[in-house]
Design a protein around this ligand. Structure first.
Ligand code: SF4
Ligand code: SF4
Length: 202
């Protein structure tokens, strides 16, 4: 990873946040995110690049020693749990930065945390084709649950008509890899370094 990229990374975050915020605004009828809702921070692998992790460390340094210690303890426990996870099985865990259902490093959170909640297109792990992805909280009656047809993996026109909503549901080009390559690498010449699950950096 290149050195001294933080200034360009701030700019990258500003650029993608403008785009992401506009999408959230356009899709607000389908978005049920509210303070205290944190299912999305409780069940994940949280892919994180080396550059994003450098930014997280800056956020961690701003926390009080008490909060830092809480996070350190969580990480120690998680590492122990991970040891017990059978090889080849995904280790799904609660993010250690989640404290009292709030993100303790909100301004420094990863790219995946910023896009989560919207529907988007991304490469399917198996078919490698661009596929519609909806947030998993759709299964809990939250985002896009009014219009998503699970069997066909598509938005249903019938269901949309029933909602009476103004905006049609839209899936955006918001895969983390796409954002890194399109805006980070191509426009700002950022080098994100290796990408791995958050727990692997801790
Ligand atoms: S994305 Fe889903 S789980 Fe996460 S805050 Fe929004 S509604 Fe809650
Ligand atoms: S960094 Fe913050 S927003 Fe992202 S998963 Fe962890 S607690 Fe949630």
């Amino acid at each position: 990873m290149k050195e001294n990229q933080m200034e360009s990374y701030f700019q990258f975050i500003r650029v993608i946040m403008e785009r992401i915020n506009a999408h959230f605004e356009a899709q607000k009828e389908y978005i049920h995110c509210k303070e205290g809702c944190s299912h999305c921070c409780q069940n994940g692998e949280y892919p994180c690049s080396e550059l994003e992790f450098e930014f997280i460390k800056l956020g961690f340094m701003t926390l009080s020693p008490d909060i830092q210690q809480v996070i350190i303890n969580k990480v120690i426990n998680l590492k122990q749990e991970k040891e017990k996870c059978p090889k080849g099985q995904k280790f799904i865990y609660e993010c250690p930065f989640l404290i009292d259902n709030r993100c303790s490093i909100y301004r420094h959170r990863m790219i995946i945390c910023r896009t989560f909640g919207l529907s988007y297109y991304d490469k399917d792990d198996e078919t490698k084709k661009n596929t519609l992805k909806v947030p998993f909280c759709m299964n809990e009656g939250l985002n896009y649950s009014e219009v998503y047809d699970k069997e066909k993996n598509t938005f249903s026109t019938e269901l949309f008509k029933k909602t009476g909503y103004k905006a049609e549901p839209v899936a955006y080009n918001l895969g983390v890899q796409f954002l890194m390559e399109k805006f980070g690498k191509d426009i700002m010449d950022l080098d994100f370094g290796e990408v791995k699950a958050l727990i692997e950096w801790l």
